[in-house]
Design a protein around this ligand. Structure first.
Ligand SMILES: Cc1ncc(COP(=O)(O)O)c(C=O)c1O
Length: 380
């Protein structure tokens, strides 16, 4: 059985390393601040850039079309226009399309380090942004612990942000990274910056859900009923609108997440996730219908998931679930603007064909290999 997310119970039993995620941010960023979600950190990052520009470039923010729908919400919340650009199959922007979207009032171009891997056109986007007098903002929601060429992803542009809950057994959490002096001096904490000072009901709900998941791992049906019971009314459910999901995350980080972050060991997490990634890669080697999205696993990358591209996404998801692999799904939920516009055909195709598989630190290569071989034997 491979769960979709790392477990809080497992963490509480096994952790032994000193606090170090904060030290990693302190080492690589000029200044950093915790938030409840990546979207909340993104909002305050944009507000910082607006403060720096003093209203001079209060028009648009450019984002890749291949992005979850709710990530557009912080942009509109800041009174800015989210403007989308199309990608190529390699997840780099279509540079001509991107450049044609920039104008004199563009505040920032957002680039994404997908699944914890460095954005392949990072340098070209950086040059394009500075040629056009706007900021480059690194969306590192997936790669909080990836260090590439000695740089922590999320710290390579003036402002960046990373989600923490995507890598840790935590209910929420993200970090805003201010990476130069000008940005750090313009940054002002807001009412959603920092950590809640008390443990709240939501923290206990998450702990209960995590505990229930662990105890019920042996029974799929029971597990999904308990899951839907404890998540009822939660803005994280599939029926919540992008605006509702944004509002739910527009908050400080929970005390429970702060405990988990303080005890996480970045090097150990990175090491295990890389081993797990390689195990999945071996499982699907030479498979026609399922191919890894990335050819290489560069040194220092801490993968969020093992993303594959497949001609049989629905079948792959079903077979994985039948073989005890939880949490595999297509990514992401696109906004209707993207889905309804042929300009974004590549983003729409990627969203239909990319399936992400768990590599979290509480599973291991042997478990993945044994489940994976079963999966492969049941695929066409
Ligand atoms: C590329 C990207 N950016 C930003 C976010 C927002 O992060 P969070 O869910 O922590 O608000 C996500 C969330 O999935 C994401 O995938």
């Amino acid at each position: 059985m491979i769960s979709g997310k790392p477990s809080l119970l497992e963490w509480s039993v096994n952790h032994s390393q000193p606090a170090d995620v904060g030290a990693l941010f302190a080492q690589h960023a000029h200044e950093f601040a915790y938030y409840g979600s990546g979207k909340a950190a993104f909002r305050d990052g944009l507000r910082t850039l607006q403060r720096l520009e003093q209203g001079r470039r209060d028009g648009s923010v450019l984002l890749p079309a291949y992005i979850p729908d709710a990530v557009l919400e912080p942009v509109t919340d800041c009174g800015l226009e989210p403007r989308l650009y199309e990608l190529t199959d390699s997840l780099a922007p279509n540079m001509a399309a991107l450049e044609s979207r920039i104008d004199d009032s563009t505040l920032a171009v957002v680039s994404v380090n997908y699944f914890g891997f460095s954005q392949p056109a990072f340098d070209a986007i950086d040059q394009l942004a500075s040629r056009n007098g706007c900021y480059h903002l690194e969306d590192n929601a997936h790669g909080a612990l990836s260090v590439v060429d000695g740089r922590l992803l999320g710290t390579r542009t003036g402002v960046g942000f990373s989600s923490l809950w995507k890598l840790l057994p935590a209910p929420d959490g993200a970090v805003l990274l201010c990476n130069d002096e000008a940005v750090a001096s313009a940054y002002e904490p807001s009412s959603i910056t920092g950590v809640h000072d008390r443990v709240r009901t939501q923290d206990l709900q998450f702990a209960l859900k995590s505990l229930a998941s662990d105890l019920l791992d042996t029974s799929h049906r029971l597990k999904s009923s308990v899951h839907s019971l404890v998540t009822t009314g939660d803005a994280g459910t599939s029926t919540a609108s992008p605006a509702q999901r944004y509002r739910a995350g527009k908050d400080r980080m929970s005390r429970l997440s702060a405990y988990v972050v303080a005890d996480a060991d970045p090097a150990a997490i990175r090491h295990r996730r890389r081993e797990n990634y390689r195990a999945w890669r071996s499982v699907f080697e030479g498979h026609d219908a399922v191919t890894p999205l990335f050819d290489e696993l560069p040194h220092g990358v801490c993968p969020q998931v093992f993303p594959v591209r497949t001609s049989v996404p629905g079948q792959l998801e079903r077979v994985l679930a039948d073989c005890g692999v939880d949490g595999a799904h297509t990514w992401p939920r696109l906004s209707s603007t993207v889905r309804q516009d042929d300009t974004y055909a590549t983003a729409t195709k990627l969203a239909a064909e990319v399936v992400v598989l768990p590599v979290h630190q509480q599973t291991d290569p042997e478990t993945i290999t044994s489940a994976g071989l079963e999966v492969v034997s049941r695929l066409p």
